[in-house]
Design a protein around this ligand. Structure first.
Ligand code: FAD
Length: 383
């Protein structure tokens, strides 16, 4: 077992793996500790679409860089089924056109290539999408990755850069003194570290609290359904173009995995996205199944006879403003990277880069104030 390292990363989800990769690439000695196995929490349960979705303009430089970073990684290490399939965000009601136009114009200003398309064009792109829609936005550069393979690839690259990964060990507390963080206590003993990065998803707040850092990161139930495998039929990622954007607005995501299974999660009014316990894997709600199947069949009526195979639920980490917490917090040497709000795959490479910048005390590659832990702790004085 490792007893000393320069940078200790807690959590081997996609965020922890991307951080390990980015920090090891800068020549630092990195050790990753995962309480279970890599990608065993929400990262392995993800639909892992890489696109800018419908985010704030403030976030677009980071998101665009991150999407490009995934594409570059796939070109270099084609081991995680990166597929540039594009994303359709369908417009179901007339009042959604205004926001569709808004997002299209905004993303275009940032060098992205979304376009507004008529229903006929939607059906040319996605022939099976025969349900009644008024139009859509089409983002041809959006992609999907295999979430398990993506995490595994990032960790393999981190290891190639000298990092080590320890599974089945829980970090139980942070250790700090006058000079800041000095390491962690784990279920297998003490490890000294100059920097500790908590990328622990919904478990992050609990661990940060052991160093007196209180973060409003709470778990939110995220559910998904999968059909039996069928021949290739859905070509793209199909999402809803909601005026408010985001999961709570009624987010839909439908896609066909490389295995042939159709994966879909549609959060409609009445569906559940309330706080849960990250340690407990609950049952998928019946109402979620009913509403999700109804949405799938409304859009893709020809799938009526396709059988459901399985469902799953995990817990995403969310913050009050739905933005990640990225950066230093509390004692010197402690960094946080959590609060994914349902978009951690897209952002992971950029988060890795930012954390590597913080550790190197380099000029951060992106604007950091909007992600700063200090926004929830004004007295802490970190920016
Ligand atoms: C159905 C579904 C669809 C999604 N679709 C998308 C999408 O299309 N695009 C997108 O970008 N995102 C999507 N997401 C969200 C995305 O999966 C998450 O944002 C992302 O996986 C979060 O990664 P993470 O590394 O922060 O968290 P996690 O995967 O939760 O990783 C945290 C890890 O830390 C470990 N850990 C925690 N505490 C400790 C400790 N004390 N000691 C040791 N280990 C610890 C945990 O075991 C866990 O493995 C989706 C999620 C779901 C469920």
């Amino acid at each position: 077992m490792v007893s000393r390292t320069e940078v200790l990363v807690v959590g081997a989800g996609v965020v922890g793996a991307a951080i390990a990769h980015a920090v090891a690439a800068r020549g630092r000695k990195v050790h990753v500790i995962e309480q279970n196995t890599p990608a065993s929490a929400v990262s392995g349960a993800s639909l892992a679409c890489i696109g800018t979705h419908m985010m704030d303009e403030d976030e677009l430089p980071l998101l665009k860089w991150s999407c490009d970073a995934w594409a570059a990684l796939a070109a270099r290490s084609p081991t995680f089924e990166y597929r540039r399939c594009g994303q359709i965000r369908f417009i179901a009601q007339a009042d959604e056109f205004a926001s569709a136009r808004h997002w299209t114009e905004m993303e275009t200003r940032h060098g992205l290539r979304p376009v507004l398309v008529e229903p006929d064009e939607v059906r040319r792109i996605e022939p099976l999408l025969q349900g009644a829609i008024l139009g859509a936005t089409w983002s041809p550069d959006d992609a999907v990755v295999n979430p398990f393979l993506a995490v595994r690839t990032l960790l393999a690259l981190a290891r190639a850069g000298g990092a080590s990964v320890e599974s089945g060990t829980t970090v139980t507390a942070l250790r700090s003194g006058d000079k800041g963080v000095s390491g962690v206590e784990t279920s297998r003993g003490r490890i000294e570290a100059e920097h500790v990065v908590i990328a622990g998803g919904p478990w992050t707040a609990r661990l940060a609290a052991t160093a007196g850092v209180h973060l409003p990161i709470v778990p939110r139930k995220a559910q998904c359904l999968a059909t039996v495998s069928r021949p290739p039929s859905i070509r793209t990622v199909v999402g809803a173009c909601k005026a408010e954007g985001g999961v709570d607005a009624g987010y839909t995501q439908i896609q066909q995995a490389g295995s042939g299974q159709i994966l879909f999660n549609t959060v409609l009014e009445g569906g559940t996205s309330g706080a849960g316990n990250p340690d407990r894997i609950d049952e998928v709600d019946r109402i979620f199944v009913r509403d999700s199947v109804a949405t799938l069949l409304r859009l893709f009526p020809s799938l009526a006879k396709v059988e459901l195979l399985r469902s799953w639920v995990r817990f995403e980490a969310v913050t009050p403003d739905d933005r990640f917490v990225i950066g230093p917090a509390g004692p010197d040497g402690l960094l946080i990277a959590a609060g994914d709000g349902g978009t951690g795959f897209i952002r992971a490479p950029a988060i890795g880069r930012l954390i590597a910048d913080f550790i190197a005390q380099a000029e951060p590659a992106f604007r950091t104030d909007i992600y700063s832990p200090a926004r929830f702790q004004p007295a802490a004085g970190h920016a």
